[in-house]
Unconditional design. Structure first.
Length: 263
């Protein structure tokens, strides 16, 4: 299993789409330090002038989690199957004395890890971009709690770091089901473009379902893209459990579909 995981991670970081995604997520945060109208992104009372480098990670995640990160994740997970089918490398692998379940399980583990890779690259780029602002104690908020960027007073650097780390991890959990869903579509379609398109179309339809009754909203994956902002707004245990159930469910369907799929 460790050999398969090592192989899949090597494939992951060798893919051009992944290298492009890592480059974009690393460099994009540099833009926010030069953006003069960041206040236009937030509701009145939520925005504030950037006074600390600890505020850049929130801006970067806030701007990318709704579209850019899901797109990168959908393409990567779809490519894990589609690219191998296109290059003719998947069938020879399955002809070897290796269990199909282990093959797809290794791909699933790498797929659900990828959102955290992108987010920590985003975090790294944000911290680099925030160097001119500094990372000391400041008067304001990180954006990852109910006080938003305005804050409720003085925030120490240690407290800010913990808020940023917690928010980044929560953002990663909210994106895990997207990776598992894209992998499932990859198995069903055996084509990168079709699987990525199906994944993104599913997310767009879920966004349109915002017009449905409030009782329906908790079952939509897109309702949890702001989970990283709820880290101090009461219990999020049920949200985390539901996201893990979605991830496990899509993962189980991927395993079952892969075992029965003729590649």
């Amino acid at each position: 299993m460790l050999t398969l995981l090592n192989l899949e991670f090597r494939k992951l970081f060798g893919a051009r789409s992944v290298r492009l995604a890592l480059l974009v997520t690393l460099l994009l945060p540099l833009l926010w330090t030069f953006a003069p109208r960041l206040d236009q992104l937030f509701a009145p009372g939520q925005a504030a002038d950037l006074v600390s480098g600890w505020q850049l990670p929130f801006i970067s995640i806030f701007m990318s989690i709704q579209f850019l990160l899901p797109l990168f994740i959908a393409v990567m997970a779809a490519e894990m199957i589609g690219a191998e089918v296109a290059h003719g490398t998947l069938a020879p692998l399955l002809l070897r004395p290796v269990d199909r379940t282990r093959v797809i399980l290794s791909k699933l583990i790498v797929a659900v890890t990828y959102p955290f890779v992108l987010l920590f690259t985003t975090l790294l780029g944000s911290l680099i971009a925030g160097l001119p602002l500094g990372f000391g104690t400041f008067n304001g908020g990180t954006g990852f709690d109910a006080a938003n960027l305005v804050g409720v007073g003085v925030l120490s650097s240690q407290a800010a770091f913990l808020e940023v780390l917690r928010g980044t991890l929560l953002a990663g959990v909210s994106l895990m089901p997207i990776a598992a869903l894209a992998l499932l579509f990859g198995i069903l379609y055996l084509n990168t473009a079709a699987a990525a398109l199906a994944t993104f179309a599913t997310l767009i339809v879920m966004r349109l379902f915002v017009v449905l009754p409030q009782a329906v909203q908790p079952i939509l994956l897109t309702s949890y893209f702001d989970l990283f902002m709820r880290s101090q707004q009461g219990s999020i245990g049920k949200d985390l459990i539901l996201l893990l159930i979605y991830t496990a469910g899509f993962g189980l369907l991927s395993i079952l579909a892969f075992d029965r799929r003729d590649v």
